[in-house]
Design a protein around this ligand. Structure first.
Ligand code: SF4
Ligand code: SF4
Length: 90
């Protein structure tokens, strides 16, 4: 099974207004390599007009972005009970 097929079996239950990850994007201006753009398997991090855009709604909670961020710009809290990723759905 490919990674894309596995990702299709996941769902993320959004907790409106309560992102479990926040990014201090003002810190990102000094980041040269921007590894978050590469490691996130579901492209939560995007670059638009030279500015980092983060969308947490599809996050599969792999933790990679927090590990690779060299600037400590990412704050992580697990989603509340009943919210967040559901693996092997369907
Ligand atoms: S790796 Fe961290 S500091 Fe660099 S662009 Fe991504 S969130 Fe910002
Ligand atoms: S925890 Fe994983 S899936 Fe979620 S935003 Fe970070 S890299 Fe992407």
């Amino acid at each position: 099974m490919s990674i894309n097929e596995k990702l299709l079996r996941t769902r993320f239950v959004v907790d409106p207004g309560n992102p479990h990850i926040t990014v201090n994007t003002s810190t990102c201006e000094g980041c040269v390599d921007e590894p978050c753009l590469v490691v996130c398997p579901v492209q939560c991090y995007q670059k638009e007009k030279n500015k980092l855009i983060f969308s947490w709604e599809n996050c599969v909670e792999c933790g990679s972005c927090r590990i690779v961020c060299p600037e400590g710009a990412i704050t992580w809290n697990y989603p509340r009970g009943g919210y967040g990723v559901c693996f092997r759905f369907g």
